[in-house]
Design a protein around this ligand. Sequence first.
Ligand code: CTP
Length: 484
Amino acid sequence: MTLKNKKLVLCITGSIACYKSIELYRSLKKEGASVTIILSSSASKFISPYIFKSFGEEVYADDAFEIPLAHIELAKTADAIVVAPATYNTINKIACGIADSLITLTVSALGDKPCIIVPAMNNKMYSNEILQENIKKLIQKKYYFVNPTQGELACGDFGEGKFPEIKDIVFEIESVFKNKKFKDKKILITAGATREYIDPVRFISNASSGKMGMALADEAIKLGAEVTLIACNIDIQNLYINKKIKLIKAASFNDLRESLINEFPKNDILIMAAAVSDFGVKEKSPLKIKKANGCSGNTTNIHLNLIQNDDLLKLIAKDKKQEQIIFGFAAETDNIIENAQKKFKEKSLDYIFVNDVTKNIIGSSENEGYLIKIISVNKDKKKDKEKDKDKEKENINGRDITYDDNNYIYTDKEINKNSAIIINKTKNTGETIIKINTYKNHKNNNNEGYNNNRWIEDSDNNLEIKRFERMNKAELAEALLNEL
Ligand code: CTP
């Protein structure tokens, strides 16, 4: 639901591709947007307004005189306008400030809200200099364009002018609502699982799908970064990958090692989400290894000679420039925070996100875990302290207790730095049961003291830890990137 609570006006103009706007509409709704439709008179010759009306939507005809001042109201209430498909005529009119229809009038009244234009037309029309100059002019004036793709066009010609993939349009619409915190930053992301071949058909690997790394790559693009993704055996055919991502494929540990060594120096941030094979086969058999004694033979033990691969993060850290950031992942089944802290130190990381892989997250579209970094007097903490001033305070058992937004209780005054307070009841019940846990105690149980909304210090290790509850990988990717 990446467009939850967003109000969009979808303007459909009369390109043959306008039937595809029905699918675009459905995708926008699926992402949680509310969508009002304006259908130009030529578009309504291709598709009927009743299609959208039967979905329960409000549909406006592109007539400036039908409802007085409709354009002002539509522009005021919209968060963004999407013109898709946008014809040669409509784009040129918008660029020249012509406002003679409800669509062009609404665009003219939009102020500084985003307008996303999706051209679709014959390739000769699209490459027409007048149109191209006007597109350039509109881009300078902060209009957003989703470029048409190449292919066979409705008229039978081949060239650039096809309505783009719906996913690319939705991606661009989502992007315009994001802060551009990574503008001018280059981010390198590794994802998926490497494979170590035993013979031409068999390999050692693991079940990592690469979805977390792909979600990070998508979100990093939306936040304005230039992204390179090293994809290790990801089923890219069945997953969406945005065209702005520079894609490098790596199959084995050695491929990944080589690409990483080449790419790392060109980037500001490395996010190492790939599940790297820790062990390789000493000698890959050039031929398929046959069962001993054929199919009917007795079971015989087969011995594989494995060698331990280098740790890539350790290798990369040697050449790390001070301003570069390295973000690692950890997959753990037990003592997850302690193990992740160990990896954090051994691999000289700036951040590590640890997953408890017993929680059914491998291959899932959701994830959860803990983010760990070195204790810093950072902006977040100052902000938290500011927020605390306004929070409701209470004195229970001689301790100053503060309620946060979720009605959990915490304090950092009366309890020493290694302790957290957990409440089992909300303040609204009037009943308050307090449990005081030290980190040392709850490291081995459910890590309950770690809070979803704030960093908790582990001063023994000079680290701080933030919990991220289960959410879909796109949401988690955005939340993690916003911590950097
Ligand atoms: N990693 C790496 N090189 C390896 C193995 C892992 O750079 N040979 C990286 C992973 O990409 C990840 C982090 O190190 O960012 C932790 O990976 P994980 O599999 O959790 O741990 P390992 O270091 O392999 O340790 P272990 O398998 O013993 O838990």
